[in-house]
Design a protein around this ligand. Structure first.
Ligand SMILES: [Zn+2]
Ligand SMILES: [Zn+2]
Length: 139
């Protein structure tokens, strides 16, 4: 049953919604641009990192690295290659791509080859998205 009160709530909710919608759209637009900018910066950083793999390996002295490796049963999170066989080949990947987001839940141990695959595929998708987004803007 719809009461008068319900209708009033609905009316003001709609008004509020209509006046806030443009702000929301603006926010989303800005957020998207930020994401694309961040993605492009991130793509560049990842490429740079390839020539400097040392900093990204699971360091035996890093307690968080150990926690992450142990949490994932000492195997690559993708192909299940054993960490103990070749610790030098292992890297820590940030699941959400945010390298400052270093909580254990955001980190997975991966071997170099799987790590490369993740980023290659993600980069392709990101580039694809950016291109489509730009096209959409032009039309
Ligand atoms: Zn792997
Ligand atoms: Zn990564």
């Amino acid at each position: 049953m719809v009461t008068k009160k319900d209708k009033a709530v609905e009316k003001y909710a709609n008004k509020l919604y209509k006046s806030e919608l443009p702000l929301l759209k603006e926010k989303l637009k800005r957020a998207e641009e930020d994401i694309i900018d961040a993605a492009i910066r991130w793509i560049t950083t990842e490429d740079d990192d390839d020539s400097n793999k040392k900093g990204r390996r699971v360091s035996p002295s890093s307690s968080q690295g150990k926690v992450v490796v142990d949490k994932h049963k000492r195997v690559c999170a993708i192909c299940e290659k054993k960490y103990d066989k070749d610790p030098e080949d292992f890297q820590i990947h940030h699941v959400d791509g945010d390298r400052t987001h270093t909580v254990t839940g955001n980190l997975i141990p991966v071997c170099h080859s799987c790590h490369k695959k993740i980023h290659t595929i993600a980069n392709a998708k990101l580039k694809d998205y950016s291109v489509k987004h730009k096209r959409k803007k032009k039309s």
